[in-house]
Design a protein around this ligand. Sequence first.
Ligand code: F3S
Length: 388
Amino acid sequence: MHLSKEEEKIFAGEQGSIRQKAMELIVSLGDIFGADRLIPIESAQIAGVSYKNIGDAGLEFIRDWSSEKVTVKSTLNPAGCPAEGWEELGISKKFAEKQAEIISYFSRMGVETTSTCTPYLVGNLPKKGEHLAWSESSAVVYANSVLGACTNREGGPSALASAIIGKTANYGLHLEENRKPEVTIKVPIKMFDYSDYSALGYWVGKKIDKLVSFDFGYEPRALLLKGLCAGLATSGKIGMFTLGKGGKAETIEFTEDDLIDTYSWLSSKKRSWDLVCLGCPHLSIDEVAKVARILKGKKVVVPLWLFTSREVARQAFFRGYTDILKRSGAKLIPDTCMVVMPLEELDFRAMLTNSAKAAHYARSMCKLDTELAYTDDCIKYALGGRIG
Ligand code: F3S
C-alpha cells in the first residue's frame, strides 16, 4: 500500500508511539484487504465502550491510548450504564466506576461522549459520499444505505485508530465497485411495524451474504429503516443495502411465511415476560413522543425500559415527555442499552421487544428468553400484562 511521506513518518514512530500503533493497525487492515492507499475521513464512531464487553483489558487499552487526541469528529457508542441513575437500575457501584473511568479516557482524547448507536440523530450526520470510520454495525449500515456515506464495519480499535490519524484504508465499501447490489429482495407483503422491518433485515442477514437492494414499491420512513439496518447487521456481515429494483440483480421474494419464521426464531414461546424494552437502535425524539402519548395518564405494570441517547433524553425533558413517562412508571434510560448493560446480572428472565437485534443479543449475551413483537403490543403488555 502506498503511504505518503507524512504517513511514513507516523508509521516510523516519529510522532509518538500511540500514533505509530494507530497507523500500524490501519495499514495492516489495508494490507489484508488489498487497499492501495489511505483516504481522509470526516468522522469516526467508536464502539467497544461498555465495561461489560471490553472488561479490564479493554479499559487498559483505552487508558494507554488516552494520551493521544482524535483529529476528526468522533462520537461514542453506548456504554454499560448511564452516567447518572445507574443505582436505580440495580447496577453495581464497581461497574459504574469502571464505566466512568472508560468514558473519562475517551473524553480526554477529544471524543464526544455521546454514548449512542444513533450518532446520526445527535449531530454526527454524514453527507452523501463522505468517507467515515464507524464501528457500530447498525449505524454503519444506516450511514452507507440511508445517508449514502461510505464506511466499512470497523472494529472499536480500528475506528479509534482512524479517529487519531484522521484516515482509513481505501478498500471495501469505500470503493464504488463494491457498492452495487447483487440480489434484489422484493417485499410484496404489507409491513405493519418497526418490528417487521427489523425482522426483514434479520432474515436477509441470515440467508444472504451479498449486497442486496430492497424493492418495497415505496420508500419506507428513515426511522423504520433504522430497524432494518440493525436487523441486517445482527445476523449477517453485509454493511449496506440499496433501495429500489437493483438493476440486473437476482430477485428473491420475502413472503409472509419468511416473516412469520423470523418472529418464531426470535421467540422463546413464553406466555409472560418480566421486562419490556424499546430503543434498539436508540429511540429518536419522535419515537419517545409516541410512547409518551400512549402512556399519558396510565401506569405500567411490567417494567418498560426505553433506551435513547443523552441528547434525545435532554430534548424529551424539555418537551415534557420525561415527566409523562416517569408518572407512568416507564424509564427513559440514556447512554446505554438492553444489550450492553449487565442485564444478565439483574433480576429478569424474559424480555419483550420490538427489535430483532435486541432479541438476538438479549438471548446470546444476557441469557434471557425473548419475544419479538409489534411496538404497540410491547407497550400494551407493559400496561396490562397481556398483549391485545
Ligand atoms: Fe444500539 Fe444496543 Fe441495539 S448499541 S443497536 S441499542 S444492541
